[in-house]
Design a protein around this ligand. Structure first.
Ligand SMILES: *[C@@H]1O[C@H](CO)[C@@H](O)[C@H](O)[C@H]1NC(C)=O
Ligand SMILES: *[C@@H]1O[C@H](CO)[C@@H](O)[C@H](O)[C@H]1NC(C)=O
Length: 455
């Protein structure tokens, strides 16, 4: 890696305060910190605390060139998620997004201050929080880059839902965007897009050419304006986790240590999904009937402030935990997902296919049972199952109004964990992981981005 010591270029990170987004931007901060540039990670007190306590694979407070700027958290409503809602979009987070837009003034002050003492100030902001940067064009030496937290595949297919000519036509089977987002969120993201237009000097993707080169190329070709882009993923640490002595003790990892290679399916739907009581019952029965080993993270979705308010007590069928006994581990709080995916005993991942989870799974070489819930997840699930062919579909988006049955759960889990087809997918996932880790964008593309901003 090139070591560019130019302390006249300061970098300011501005995340969207939702876990998958916070996490990706924090991991990106770690990658940039190895180039010895001063980094300023901004956010509300609550969300910076959240990002730091949940991050895995490294300690954010141990890196001296990362400075955290905790701005007072504006007051906002903190409703619980609704597991019975007809759409799975996490509307409970919207007040925290709106509140974070109030960081416009403290962020502007920080940029002005840094602008006076540095040759250049580089801002890397989540594309969904562009509103806070509306004063940036008036500050000298400030250059803004948009972090796109979506896959290139999703952005490409959302941009051109009707254009299939550059493909073999299979894109015509893409899941519809219908019901994946709320009107409230569409309004919000439209506003962010308007502000993004005025400030962006380029785009950064948590992806790489090994995973979706065709779609990254299509995105850059689609832009004749000389707009720059870098595919600098995977952002999460990809090295195998250090063995017992150096890692934090965890029930999940201790349990995995006792299982056979590739014998466990990890079941987790991220931080924005709340399953209904009915869905939980079907999933529980399906996992039990599959006779496979599993770790199941049984949590409700995050609230806008995860440190406040009660969360729902989720009930399992009577006697369930006794029946599955040692075959299943049920985890009701925060689980070390990246470490679990990186463990040799883990052979499959039942996932909502958020992009952060997809990248973690791909980089750790774990194939997926896809149960997309909202937003970009249906398209990510399509990428994983139809394009990369390292997964099976549990929830078909065309049947999004139907309950996922225990029979389907059982079938998909067995298909991935105990079939030749499943072994083939695991092999493919391992090969992809290897090419991503060896050749991925966090090496050469990152060098190119750093060379550009320190030019
Ligand atoms: C969701 O519906 C179940 C009945 O299916 C009910 O018991 C529960 O209280 C409801 N939860 C919420 C948060 O509305
Ligand atoms: C094209 O460039 C603009 C900025 O010039 C950017 O906002 C937009 O996201 C780019 N479009 C695509 C498809 O990448």
């Amino acid at each position: 890696m090139a070591k560019l010591c130019n302390d006249e270029v300061a970098i300011v990170m501005i995340p969207l305060p939702a876990q998958g987004h916070l996490n990706q931007l924090l991991h990106l901060t770690r990658l940039i910190s190895t180039y010895h540039l001063p980094l300023h990670f901004t956010g509300t007190t609550v969300h910076l605390h959240q990002a730091r306590t949940r991050v895995q694979g490294w300690d954010p407070l141990s890196i001296s060139n990362i400075k955290f700027h905790e701005f007072p958290t504006p007051c906002y409503e903190n409703p619980p998620p609704n597991p019975n809602s007809t759409t799975k979009f996490p509307s409970q987070l919207m007040p925290s997004f709106h509140a974070t837009c109030h960081l416009r003034h403290p962020i502007t002050s920080l940029l002005r201050e840094l602008s006076c003492s540095n040759k250049r100030v580089i801002v890397i902001y989540d594309s969904l929080i562009a509103w806070v940067l509306q004063d940036a064009p008036n500050i000298p030496n400030v250059e803004c880059y948009s972090f796109r937290s979506l896959s290139a595949f999703t952005i490409h297919s959302w941009n051109k839902p009707n254009s299939v000519e550059e493909n073999d036509g299979f894109l015509k089977n893409l899941p519809s965007m219908k019901d994946s987002l709320t009107l409230e969120f569409l309004e919000y993201s439209k506003v962010q897009r308007e502000y993004r237009k005025n400030v962006s000097s380029g785009d950064l993707y948590n992806s790489c050419y090994e995973i979706e080169g065709l779609y990254l190329d299509l995105l850059s070709k689609g832009n004749s304006t000389g707009h720059k882009q870098w595919a600098i993923g995977p952002l999460n640490p990809v090295k195998p986790f250090a063995r017992k002595e150096s890692r934090k003790s965890s029930i999940c990892i201790d349990w995995l240590d006792k299982q056979e290679p590739n014998s466990v399916i990890f079941v987790s739907f991220g931080t924005t999904t709340s399953l209904s009581d009915e869905e939980i019952k079907e999933l529980a029965i399906g996992l039990e009937k599959s006779q496979q080993k599993f770790i199941w993270v049984l949590r409700d979705a995050d609230k806008g402030d995860i440190f406040n308010g009660k969360s729902r007590k989720i009930e399992l069928p009577k006697g369930y935990e006794e029946r599955v006994g040692k075959r299943g581990l049920i985890v009701r709080d925060w689980a070390p997902q990246l470490e679990i995916l990186g463990h040799v005993s883990t052979g499959g991942f039942m996932s909502h296919c958020g992009w952060n989870s997809c990248m973690e799974s791909i980089s750790m070489g774990v194939p997926i049972v896809a149960w997309p819930m909202h937003s970009d997840q249906p398209t990510n699930a399509f990428l994983v199952t139809e394009v990369l062919k390292i997964g099976v579909v549990l929830k078909d988006w065309a049947k999004r109004d139907e309950l996922v049955s225990s029979v389907e759960v059982e079938k998909c889990v067995k298909r991935l964990m105990v079939s030749e087809e499943g072994d083939e997918m695991r092999k493919k996932a391992m090969e992809l992981s290897k090419s991503v880790v060896d050749g991925g964008g966090s090496g050469k593309e990152m060098d190119s981005f750093i060379a550009h901003i320190t030019r």
